[in-house]
Ligand binder design. Structure first.
Ligand code: NAD
Length: 442
């Protein structure tokens, strides 16, 4: 059949050229977090076999919403903030991912974080796609009333695409249980009925789950134990160094210490402490709860922050911020294993250095997936209005993390690739297999 001439007289591009053109939102001179994610997908594409024909699905967010969030400030003036909700992929289920309130949030960052949620959710095989949201606002500059109004107006604006079966937000940087309660209430008011399942990370009295607060640290510990089994490391005699002693690092440190490991060094925003014989972790947690930092803990030596990277240890757990392990310190790290509690703590350059030095890196997309796994349990409990015991939740969490780690280890071993690449292979295959089974509409 001959094709009708193009109405503008243009010559039609080939499908490949049409699909592969750089997306309009990407600056070729500064790829940013989304560009880094695209490079990660390119790296695993050769391992995807037949499914590689669907790979462009992973390189475009399914849906990107930018919203204006105007609120009355307490002084009566009006301020506008920019908000985002990105649904990267929903092939395996509804979108799922946190909401970040930060003055430096960008669309590129939210897009990348939404894509990493697709990878994380597929890696642990929970039935979700990936999504993420954010508002460009410094919440510390807002009063509590202003914070509530920003949260509610943002929720109302993104209400057209979220929902318990569509996309389920959760806490992230600078958002917490209270903000989830306001989001749940706003969505429910607009819907006319209480919809607890629209967000996770809620207070337990509002349909939140037991075990959620400890879940990410427990997941970090679980994959650490699994990795140690595969590498012949004895956890009960291992020396552990932890950066960040908050929700993730504090819980992971406590669980390693309970298993007999010696937590020899801890760094947080206030300073770095060291004790060769092992720190008293319960005592340190109490000190942090009292003072806000590990600094000044009496039964330890204070140490220069930069010396943290030279500490003799077997396991290093970055559980604070992104881009902490860089080309500048990766060569100094003594650990045999790095377990990424934080999101994106290792730069791609540092990743290569650690790989070449034989240091095993358990990547964030699997190591810190315990949080989203218990968020999934919360959502299931909300749907059935039947709540599980903490023991039951922890047992199910451990099983999911163990199974996920085993699948990733097997792929890494078979393909002689890093655990990060293996996690991407496992996750991308699951997402694209779902894409393949569903086919293309229309
Ligand atoms: P948190 O706020 O409870 O703790 C953060 C810790 O990092 C604190 O101890 C803080 O002092 C420390 N820190 C801050 N700045 C630092 C610096 N410059 N140097 C050293 N330490 C510093 O946060 P969290 O919930 O434990 O999250 C930590 C990381 O884990 C983040 O990257 C987060 O995105 C990631 N993460 C958290 C969860 C979760 O469920 N909480 C899930 C997945 C990933």
């Amino acid at each position: 059949m001959s094709q009708a001439p193009h109405p503008t007289g243009a010559v039609a591009n080939s499908p490949a050229a049409l699909t592969n053109a750089l997306p309009s939102y990407l600056d070729p001179n500064n790829l940013g977090p989304w560009g880094i994610y695209l490079q990660q997908v390119d790296r695993v594409t050769p391992y995807l076999g037949n499914l590689a024909r669907w790979v462009d699905t992973l390189k475009r967010p399914k849906r990107t919403l930018i919203v204006d969030v105007p609120i009355h400030l307490d002084d009566g003036s009006v301020a506008h903030f920019e908000g985002y909700r990105v649904q990267h992929n929903t092939s395996r289920g509804p979108g799922k991912g946190g909401v970040r309130f930060h003055q430096n949030v960008t669309l590129s960052e939210v897009m990348a974080l939404s894509a990493w949620m697709s990878i994380k959710n597929a890696a642990v095989n929970v039935p979700y796609g990936g999504a993420k949201g954010g508002i460009r606002v410094d919440p510390r500059q807002l009063t509590i009333g202003e914070l509530e109004r920003v949260t509610r107006r943002y929720t109302s604006e993104i209400g057209i695409i979220i929902g318990p079966t569509k996309d389920i937000p959760a806490p992230d940087v600078n958002t917490n249980e209270q903000i989830m309660a306001w989001m749940m209430d706003t969505y429910s008011m607009n819907e006319g009925s209480t919809a607890t399942g629209v967000v996770t990370g809620k207070p337990v009295d509002l349909g939140g789950s037991l075990g959620r607060r400890e879940a990410t640290g427990r997941g970090v510990f679980t994959v650490g134990v699994e990795a140690a089994k595969h590498t012949g490391m004895d956890i009960s005699t291992a020396r552990v160094a932890v950066q960040g002693f908050g929700n993730v690092g504090g819980v992971a440190g406590k669980l390693f210490a309970e298993a007999g490991a010696k937590v020899v060094a801890v760094q947080d925003h206030g300073g770095t402490i060291y004790r060769e014989a092992g720190l008293d972790v319960p005592g340190l947690l109490a000190h942090v709860a009292r003072t806000g930092s590990v600094a000044g803990f009496e039964q330890a030596e204070a140490m220069a922050d930069d010396a943290f990277w030279d500490v003799p240890c077997d396991i290093l757990i970055p559980a604070a911020l992104e881009q902490q392990i860089t080309h500048a310190n990766a060569g100094r790290i003594q650990a045999k294993m790095v377990i990424e509690g934080a999101n994106g703590p290792t730069t791609p350059q540092a990743d290569d250095i650690l790989h070449d030095r034989g240091v095993l890196v358990v990547p964030d997309v699997i190591a810190n997936a315990g949080g989203v796994t218990v968020s999934y349990f919360e959502w299931v409990q909300d749907f059935s209005s039947f709540f599980w015991s903490e023991d039951e939740i922890n047992a199910r969490l451990v099983k999911i993390m163990q199974d996920a780690f085993a699948a990733v280890w097997q792929v890494a071993d078979a393909n002689k690739v890093s655990l990060r690449t293996a996690t991407f292979i496992v996750a991308c295959k699951r997402i694209l297999h779902a894409r393949d089974l569903r086919g293309l509409y229309p």
